[in-house]
Design a binder for this molecule. Structure first.
Ligand code: PGA
Length: 302
């Protein structure tokens, strides 16, 4: 006996939402129907697929394996449907993208153009930090990724995309802003400052820490950690210290009258984004089209 497509759909939904009730709501079916489908599926597989510990639902090892196979199968069916649509001269289907937070200043605009050209494509964009993006890669959740520091343990197809250097920003009234007239501030002066930093798990944070370590700066004083680039610029404008952020966030900085970019030696920290997908992943026609569009506008200085 083989699992039915419907059972696998229900199973993926429960695994994704971590709850029978939420899966039932999302699929607009009753909770007993969901439980019944999962029970039958487990009987077909011959092993339990979930285990309930406390109030949380966890996948068993067999459940993890079934989830990976089901995702591959649904991806393959989606690609087939998109290929048929393409034969018929229509671009339709799904595009699932995940990007690091700093790329949110660029990618939604590009997606806007893409959606206008292909109104029947259903797009999902996840904006998240570096660590969460890696988890999504490990789970094969998306078609395309935009990332600055590709992990070495995941086999990726990478194309350089756009420069993403990091610059130092503070408020006009900060002592370092007052001191930096004309000449560049020596990097060691940053060790005297209090910082507003991104959270652990952020690619920006990691790049800053590595850069400081390279230049012998240890014990940086982090006064406040925030996971949003916008919240950081507001905190810095409010006088909470210095920050280092992507030059792509500068649009909001230059629009803010209380903020100023500091000229510091060994800055900006060089960096770039890559357009990535998992090696061996069969990109759909829609994903390939969007990747081509991204690469056509890439701007990497020589
Ligand atoms: P972050 O990543 O959003 O995790 O800071 C930014 C980047 O890697 O460019």
């Amino acid at each position: 006996m083989r699992p039915t497509l419907h059972q696998l759909e229900v199973f993926c939904e429960v695994a994704h939402r971590g709850s029978f009730t939420r899966a039932a709501e999302h699929l607009s079916i009753s909770q007993p129907t969901v439980s019944g489908q999962i029970k039958q599926l487990a009987q077909t597989v011959g092993l339990p697929l979930f285990e309930q510990i406390g109030r949380r639902l966890f996948l068993t090892e067999a459940g993890e394996a079934l989830l990976a196979s089901s995702r591959e199968m649904f991806d393959s069916l989606d690609r087939f449907q998109m290929m048929i649509d393409d034969f018929q001269g229509k671009k339709r289907g799904k595009l699932q993208i995940a990007v690091v937070t700093t790329a949110q200043y660029i990618v939604p605009r590009l997606l806007g153009e893409f959606c206008q050209a292909y109104p029947d494509v259903d797009v999902s964009l996840q904006v998240t930090n570096h660590a969460c993006l890696i988890e999504r890669m490990e789970d094969n959740r998306d078609d395309l990724y935009i990332i600055s520091h590709p992990p070495s343990h995941i086999d990726l197809e990478l194309e350089p995309f756009i420069d993403n250097s990091l610059v130092v920003v503070t408020s006009r009234s900060h002592p370092l802003a007052q001191r930096s007239t004309g000449t560049k501030l020596p990097i060691r002066k940053l060790a005297e400052a209090e910082f507003v930093m991104r959270e652990a798990g952020s690619g920006t944070r990691r790049a800053i820490e590595r850069h400081f370590a390279k230049h012998g700066i240890t014990n940086v004083c982090v006064r406040l950690e925030l996971s949003s680039n916008e919240a950081i610029t507001q905190a810095v404008a409010g006088g909470l210290g210095v920050t280092i952020l992507s030059r792509h966030c500068l649009e909001s900085v230059t629009m803010h009258p209380d903020l100023v970019q500091l000229e510091v030696t060994h800055f900006p920290i060089p960096g770039q984004w890559y357009v990535a997908h998992l090696h061996g992943k069969q990109l759909s026609i829609v994903a390939k089209s969007f990747r081509d569009q991204l690469l056509a506008m890439r701007l990497i200085p020589a």
